[in-house]
Design a protein around this ligand. Sequence first.
Ligand SMILES: *Cc1c(COP(=O)(O)O)cnc(C)c1O
Length: 355
Amino acid sequence: MNSIINDIEIIKSETTKINDVDFNNLAFGSVFSDHMLECNYKDEKWEAPKVVPYQSISLDPSAKIFHYGQSVFEGMKAYKDANEDVYLFRPLDNFKRLNISAKRLAMPELPENYFMDGLKALLEVDKDWIPKQDGSSLYIRPFIFASGSGFHASPANEYKFLICTAPSGSYFSGKVKVLIEQTYSRSANGGVGYAKAGGNYAGQFYPTQLAVEKGYQQVIWTDDTSHEYIEEAGAMNIFVRINDTLITAPTSDRILDGITRKSIVELAKAEGINVEVRKLSVHEVVDAAKNGTLKEMFGAGTAAVISPISGFGYKDEDFELPELEDTFASFLKKRITDIQTNKVEDPFGWRYKVD
Ligand SMILES: *Cc1c(COP(=O)(O)O)cnc(C)c1O
């Protein structure tokens, strides 16, 4: 596809916030870089993207995002290696998934060069915001929402595509205790669970609050019909290790096709780990916990890469996972982050250098 990089107008911020940021103590996604990408959809086409100072946006109160929730997003990261070269991880997969999500929400799809060249232009302007500290990265949030106005319950005729970035430290917040959900569902057959649609996350908050009140940090989502099959962990995909086999559920219209998930499947196979992509019942996991063959459970997603689980609640019983010396979780996390940050060879072609 043609590059549009030279057509991207760049309006630089007159000031910088960078000196107020302690790059050695970054939280996750709470300070934002000086610029953002902005691209508007009007009269049935996307206008040229612009890099502009990070700023508030003004919307009509009847903008359809507020009423009908037409909103989709992505999450990705940029890394800097020891030579200050900048890398992304499988960015075209994020681009494709953003369009899959947009299509499901009846929103206009973006051309590839608007996404990729827009992102590159933004990273070039805010290069100094990409942390080099171990475990840190620039979290990137591309999103599209309905800015067009009107109370009529139909797709908007105007949209905004924005990319904002936030320098972030490593996400690790300790192991989490999870509750296997038996009442609520994150997604349903024929629904929007496979899309990164804003409303999916709003729907998760309440069941998660209930789990937190019971002393858990996160919910394990099960299938919406029987609640018998394990599907996702919060807003992450889930892996379960029984003996030395790593198991994850197949993607479906209820399960998000995570880039971390598919990378872990490929990487684990290449490392000689036995991987099974198949339905995994709650009973199988409970039985494995009882007979000592359940070794590990972890969530997988861009933000945390891998987030280990210490134990789970099911109905009124709690199960602890063993404390192992060498875990698949820490081995796979190191392999992936070493590839992402250009510390090792990338035999898979996942790393994407930003020139
Ligand atoms: C984003 C997301 C994931 C993880 O996807 P990655 O591409 O690995 O970041 C998993 N599940 C849900 C529900 C998500 O929204």
